[in-house]
Design a protein around this ligand. Sequence first.
Ligand code: 4GT
Length: 236
Amino acid sequence: MLRVDVVTIFPDVFEPYLSEGMLAIARRKKAIEVCVHDLRDYSTDKHKSVDDRPYGGGPGMVMMPDPVFRAVEDISAGTEPPPRTIMLTPQGRLFDQSLSRELAREQHLLLVCGRYEGFDERIRAGLKPEELSIGDYVLTGGELPALVVIDAVTRLLPGVLGHEDSAQFDSFTENRLDCPQYTRPAEFRGMRVPDVLLSGDHGAVAQWRLEQSIRRTRERRPDILAKQTCSANDKE
Ligand code: 4GT
């Protein structure tokens, strides 16, 4: 069971997404437990403040250190092993499938979502969290990135959806782009499903899928193909 704690000022945005589809199944199967904490519960003033104006001036607000420290310390207290603490920020390490696989092997993640203009730097200095970005664009908060991480990691957890044979899966769809896929009908508005897929020849189907997958990756994402080590058969 993977435990994921989330710290956010918008706790209500998580439950709806986590209650549908494979995430809901994973929770029902006890493959993952997600516990969402309202950062305001860790504020100590009467207005439940979590942000304040930036020193040096400028627009917007900054996340105050005290509520974040209190939340992270409270959630981490007495849990063994300590959670892998991750702040979602655009300055973080880029999240990718290999990091997703790595996180799926952890027992406990603590995801901290920012809002406003970002975190007081002493949160980084004092808590030394990992920082993770889901891509080179700016969002209004870390909540969607946290859900992206939870989603990507959950589908890799053992027992969630036939991913026990993960080695096979890895080399097939995760280090290159997916191949084209078709369902019925065999002809739709004049467009036919490739004959090989209707042939019943499983070897030929596998070969075609691999070729398509490699071609598509070469055309659209040569950067991923370059990174990848593949078998002699794949190279051909
Ligand atoms: C983008 C990402 C992220 C934001 C990303 C702190 C205040 C950060 C708003 C937050 N934007 N968070 N994690 N690309 N915005 O991952």
